[in-house]
Design a binder for this molecule. Structure first.
Ligand code: ADP
Ligand code: MG
Length: 695
């Protein structure tokens, strides 16, 4: 049977989803679980026991032998600790057991995960607790239970807890606004996310010959190949058989796990591809994106390929990002960022739009910080990804609506009707407002925003926590103001106009890759945090800390811990990269080029002895010799600079950025020059033209 025929059966077959729960739980337990998810009520132990038993039975039927709490520590990847279901029952026999207590709470003693000082070692134990809003699933014989991860005293040690908190908070504040518009039905507003994921596939044989790829996920050396992405024949081009087989396999694995993987196409660079699921609630989307990244790597191995999720595996070739499509929707099925049909619906839409625009403007520095890490520094602002300056793209039509609101001028819609902006006569806003501006970091795309600055390897949690929280803050301010209004329509109109006017500097519909925009952005007073080292301090700017503390998303300690972890991570990455470079230079490149130039000299001598011209040998040997010595000097300097790194974490980050990164660039430039003049058989590892066209 073909996969398509059995797809409905395959889909979610490894997920303990709502349907399975309905089938396998008593009515009372199912309702209790449902209530727990929708109203946030807690579960009795007896019910947890019943759910655990049903989960176990289901998992064992599917061949599972172990269970694990599956969580997302601040490393940005997922973690699991497997326990088997078996319990001895005497006489050398076993029973398969799993209790409600084991479902609900775990103690993984995961004391080596980064905690940013949140856990003193004497209370190093971390606790995991079941997240009943995300379905359990089976992966490689283990029942995986999505959990939060926190310290003994309740501080979040993970990326899920604050995401759940932010989802609750944005719902709470959005409901206040909906009530003002007479909506009494909606009980919950949910942040939805659809992440588009870019990646590279390269041949595993070639990969394993490159220490840099194995150690750091990217090439630290490599001259530009004679052919890169110039021909643009790869983009949306025909998919090669091995890649097609990989994608098919990947889709099937993801479908089994209930991931709505939907699109696949080739990306701009050779060997680069994209996968996107259909959007879902932010919590599930974040879990599933983590799972997707893991499965992508695993499935690649089966096909003799390696999946690279690094933001910039190859210099001079497009890097990989992740587009975070984000919106807010009601449990009654309405998208709050979808322009409506009536003037009043459009007034509500414009209010949510105004809140978003104000939020992005007020917290542009923090949004930038949420995508700041070493890998992403190679992309942002490099003329292929959005600039490091944050702005919002609205498109021509919506831009014109906003402009006429600011100027108090009539607006002419697509049907050439002229409409005065007022609550009773809101213009009809085009519904198919699809944006094809790929240069904007934050684009309105008809019914959602697309945040395009995320790196391909990154957890989507941080950026979505921030989008939810800034939205909650602005909606709160609006609700505080409007709830006391005696003339709602008039005050609403003023509020919308005032907000657009005060925050219009963040709206930009032009080409974000243009240098002129960077100048213009400076004039507008927008922040331009070029690097991770420049961006991370936004974590501890008082207005940003206040935002998260006030809404109960992070405590002060939690935010400081995150700041510290990100800083240390940056320094660690640069340290590993520089160390790998030194290793490759000393053990591979220098010996190789030395042999090459020596051989050239010998050949030049023997040619000269016969009176044969030997310009190539002599000139090349001299050039190689010179570059070899410069490379050695560059390597010595890098090593000395690494040894002189300051002890303080923040200073070490700045130093890594301002001293070590330039050292690495210098060494690379020399090595890449050497690569272009060294005979192929001497060069110690596969080069770009081999790697990029290997799949
Ligand atoms: P494009 O490549 O044009 O950006 P894609 O169709 O590849 O578009 O990806 C769009 C992503 O946005 C998909 O994951 C899609 O499910 C998601 N998406 C669509 N509508 C919404 C929405 N209302 N909220 C969040 N994500 C959405
Ligand atoms: Mg996109």
């Amino acid at each position: 049977m073909r996969t398509t025929e059995k797809l409905p059966e395959l889909f979610g077959s490894m997920v303990f989803n709502e349907e399975t729960m309905k089938e396998r739980l008593s009515g009372a337990s199912y309702s209790a679980w449902k209530k727990c998810v929708t109203d946030g009520t807690s579960l009795d132990l007896s019910i947890a026991n019943e759910i655990a038993e049903a989960m176990k039975q289901w998992a064992v039927e599917k061949g599972a032998t172990h269970y694990t709490h599956w969580f997302q520590p601040m490393t940005g990847v997922t973690a699991e600790k497997h326990d088997s279901f078996i319990t001895p029952v005497g006489g050398g026999k076993i029973m398969m057991e799993f209790s409600g207590k084991e479902l609900v709470r775990g103690e993984p003693d995961a004391s080596s995960f980064p905690s940013g000082g949140l856990r003193a070692t004497f209370e190093a134990r971390g606790y995991t607790a079941w997240d009943p809003t995300s379905f359990a699933f089976i992966k490689e014989g283990s029942l995986c239970i999505p959990t939060i991860f926190c310290s003994y005293s309740g501080e979040a040690l993970d990326k899920k807890t604050p995401l759940l908190r932010s989802m609750d908070e944005v719902s709470r504040q959005a409901l206040r606004i909906l009530r003002l518009f007479g909506d009494t039905e909606t009980k919950r507003v949910t942040a939805s996310v659809g992440p588009e994921q870019e990646y590279f596939l390269i041949d595993k044989e070639l990969y394993s010959q490159r220490e840099d790829l194995r150690m750091t996920g990217r090439t630290l050396f490599g001259a530009k190949p004679p052919r890169g992405q110039e021909l643009e024949d790869h983009y949306f081009g025909a998919i090669k058989p091995r890649v097609a087989a990989y994608m098919k396999d990947l889709d099937e694995e993801l479908w089994k796990l209930g991931v709505l993987s939907k699109t696949k196409h080739n990306e701009v660079a050779p060997s680069q591809h994209e996968i996107a699921p259909i959007y879902t609630d932010a919590n599930t989307a974040c879990d599933q994106n983590q799972l997707t990244m893991e499965i992508m790597k695993k499935v690649a191995e089966r096909h003799g390929l390696v999946c690279l999720l690094h933001e910039k595996p190859f210099a001079g070739v497009n890097g990989s990002g992740k587009h975070d499509n984000w919106s807010l929707g009601t449990d009654t099925g309405k998208n709050l960022f979808k322009p409506g049909k009536t003037p009043s619906q459009n007034a509500q839409f414009l209010l949510f739009l105004a809140a978003f625009i104000k939020g992005v403007d007020d917290y542009q520095d923090f949004l930038r910080a949420t995508v700041a890490f070493a890998g992403n520094d190679h992309r942002l602002g490099a003329q292929e990804a959005p600039p490091a300056v944050i702005s919002v793209f609205l498109g021509d039509e919506l831009g014109a609506v906003v402009e006429s609101i600011i100027n108090g001028t009539p607006y002419q819609d697509a049907g050439k009707r002229t409409l005065k902006i007022g609550i009773d006569a809101m213009p009809s806003i085009p519904q198919d407002n699809t944006d094809r501006n790929r240069t904007s970091p934050m684009a309105f795309t008809g019914n959602k925003f697309e945040f395009r600055m995320l790196g391909s390897s990154q957890s989507v949690s941080g950026p979505n926590i921030t989008l939810n929280t800034i939205m909650a803050e602005e909606l709160k301010q609006f609700a505080d103001e409007l709830e006391h209004s005696s003339n709602f329509n008039l005050d609403l109109q003023h509020l919308i106009k005032r907000t657009f006017t005060e925050h219009q500097r963040i709206i930009f519909n032009g080409n974000g890759y243009d240098d002129a925009w960077i100048e213009e952005a400076k004039r507008r007073g927008l922040s331009n945090l070029k690097s991770t080292a420049d961006a991370l301090p936004a974590y501890v700017v008082p207005k940003n800390m206040d935002l998260f503390i006030k809404h109960g998303i992070y405590t002060k300690e939690e935010i400081l811990a995150r700041y510290e972890i990100h800083i240390e991570k940056y320094t660690t990455v640069i340290n590993i990269e520089a160390g790998t470079m030194i290793d490759m230079i000393r053990h591979q490149i220098l010996p190789a080029v030395s042999a090459f130039s020596t051989d050239l000299c010998e050949r030049a001598d023997s040619k000269a002895a016969c009176g044969v011209p030997n310009k190539y040998e002599t000139a090349t040997a001299a050039q190689v010799g010179q570059l070899t010595d410069s490379l050695m000097d560059a390597c010595d300097k890098m090593e000395a600079d690494l040894a002189a790194r300051p002890a303080d974490a923040k200073e070490a980050m700045d130093y890594s950025y301002r001293t070590i990164v330039p050292d690495m660039n210098t060494a690379r430039e020399i090595a890449d020059k050497l690569e272009t003049i060294t005979a192929k058989e001497y060069w110690p590892f596969p080069v770009y033209s081999e790697l990029l066209f290997s799949e």
